[in-house]
Design a protein around this ligand. Structure first.
Ligand code: NAD
Length: 463
């Protein structure tokens, strides 16, 4: 039985009635819904930021930039580009099919289920929703129960702004997700960990439902000896310690060329001191761990050892779920911290002989959501680009690709399947329907039985 407060039973069928009635098809309706979503983000900014702070202790500017501004960018882009994205695309046809015309028509899939995680509890629900709306779908969104304030705020505000015959927020945890997954959807868009990703894929398989899985993994950073170490250290430290490390494509570990290892570690320590001061507990710009379970998991990874030196950090406070920005220098391959995605403010550093060894190291492990390389050589950057596989690659930067709405965002292999952001989100929630149309005026009997020898000869010549 679904837990109390759960309202999602039969949601898919209820919304499908609106879809079948054609409610979501007109572009004007879609544009109106996108405008309403924008209005919600502007008018409810205060309560949404407050909810984020309560759930994930996000510094205000991080919450605003990574959640509200980035979602707003997605929604606006979809609204402005919708007419051009939705246009039929004329395509060539072979001589044998002429006279005739062909095009691709993007049609909405139907009713989508969007399940989000807690770490960016607004953006990771509303950015896919923008794609679903733009493509003309109905949708149920299921926020994470680990961000309860944000979940409640979305459940309160979205129905006030969006057409409630086409969209619904369903709150709840595993039971709610399980009940939703038992229903028949036309697309399931899931963001979260890979264990649940597999549960989602199995549930989707029962109805052959297309699925986008936005998962995580260990995203490596390669630091070559010719890199600008100061800039590399600052950018990597920013990406690792943003949101207290609870970012899916954050740099998870560093493979640094041995010759510059010492300097690099010193630069990271310097960057952290500049960002968060001598005592990061007092910095308003450093976040906290989402809950006790994850606090114990991350501190357990630090305490389990398997590295030469605790270069910095390690301090913690269970009451406030604070874990200091931590750097583990000289990690072993068998260290627990190298066995799972860290998802916390811990940066392991592993020395490598050269960039080729780093490439081999990455290729011996599951394909990550992102890979990063810091180098001043185009050849080195190209080597990492062409010889490794990851959802995305950042050269001399981390994380930023995810905030560029014209780039596709998604994983590969164990880090996920499918992509979204901008046009890619529109395509994810659309079916590309091939349309071929012919006049009936000319009807050459060549293709019809009986297949005489003369017809066969002609067909062979034509095709
Ligand atoms: P989470 O615990 O909030 O779970 C995500 C969603 O799955 C929630 O809505 C939850 O209710 C649902 N869920 C949990 N257990 C379920 C079950 N047994 N059956 C059905 N649904 C269930 O978030 P999380 O998974 O801890 O999120 C962190 C992970 O997500 C990390 O691995 C991170 O890398 C990944 N992530 C990926 C992206 C991306 O865009 N690729 C973004 C953020 C997070």
């Amino acid at each position: 039985m679904p837990q109390s407060g759960y309202t999602g039973s039969g949601s898919a069928e209820r919304l499908r009635a609106a879809f079948r009635a054609g409610r979501t098809r007109p572009l004007e309706w879609r544009i109106k819904q996108l405008r309403c979503l924008e209005a919600m983000l502007v008018e409810q900014e205060g309560p949404l930021i407050k909810a984020l702070a309560a759930d994930v202790a996000k510094p205000e500017i991080e919450g605003w930039a990574s959640e509200l501004a980035s979602t707003m960018g997605e929604v606006r882009l979809a609204r402005r580009k919708l007419k051009s994205w939705a246009k039929d695309r004329r395509l060539a046809i072979p001589a044998s099919h002429r006279p005739g015309r062909a095009w691709v028509h993007s049609e909405p899939l139907g009713v989508a289920l969007i399940i989000g995680p807690w770490n960016f509890p607004i953006q990771l629900l509303l950015s896919p929703l923008a794609g679903a709306i733009a493509a003309g779908n109905c949708a149920v969104i299921k926020p994470s129960e680990l961000a309860p304030e944000t979940s409640a705020a979305l459940a309160q505000f979205l129905p006030q702004y969006l057409d409630d015959s086409a969209f619904e927020v369903v709150e709840g945890g595993v039971e709610a997700s399980t009940d939703l997954l038992a229903q028949k959807w036309d697309h399931i868009f899931y963001t979260g960990n890979g264990v649940v990703g597999r549960i989602v894929a199995q549930a989707a398989a029962r109805n052959l439902t297309p699925t986008t899985l936005e998962l995580g993994g260990k995203s490596p950073v390669v630091v070559a000896s010719d890199a600008d170490l100061r800039v590399a250290a600052r950018r990597i430290a920013w990406g690792r310690f943003f949101n207290a490390g609870q970012v899916c494509m954050a740099p998870d570990y560093v493979l640094v060329e041995s010759s510059v290892r010492k300097n690099f570690v010193e630069e990271v320590a310097r960057a952290v001191a500049t960002f968060y001061g001598a005592d990061p507990t007092r910095s308003p710009d450093f976040g906290r761990i989402v809950n006790q379970h994850h606090f114990e998991r991350v501190t357990g990874l630090i305490d389990a050892g398997g590295y030469e030196r605790l270069a910095m950090g390690g301090q913690r406070d269970a009451v406030t779920r604070y874990i200091a920005p931590t750097v583990l220098d000289g990690v072993d391959d068998g260290a627990p911290v190298m066995a799972e995605e860290i998802f916390g403010p811990v940066l392991p550093i592993r020395p490598v002989r050269d960039v080729r060894e780093a490439v081999e190291y990455v290729n011996a492990r599951p394909k990550p959501l992102a890979a990063y390389v810091f180098t001043s050589s185009r050849d080195t950057a190209r080597l990492v680009e062409r010889r490794t596989s990851s959802g995305a690659l950042g050269v001399n930067n981390v994380v930023l690709h995810a905030t560029a709405p014209h780039l596709p965002f998604g994983g590969v292999g164990e880090s996920g399947m499918g992509s979204y952001h901008g046009r890619w989100g529109f395509d994810t929630f659309s079916h590309q329907k091939a349309v071929l149309t012919k006049s009936t005026r000319l009807d050459v009997p060549l293709a019809y039985p009986p297949y005489t020898e003369r017809k066969s000869r002609l067909v062979r010549r034509l095709l």
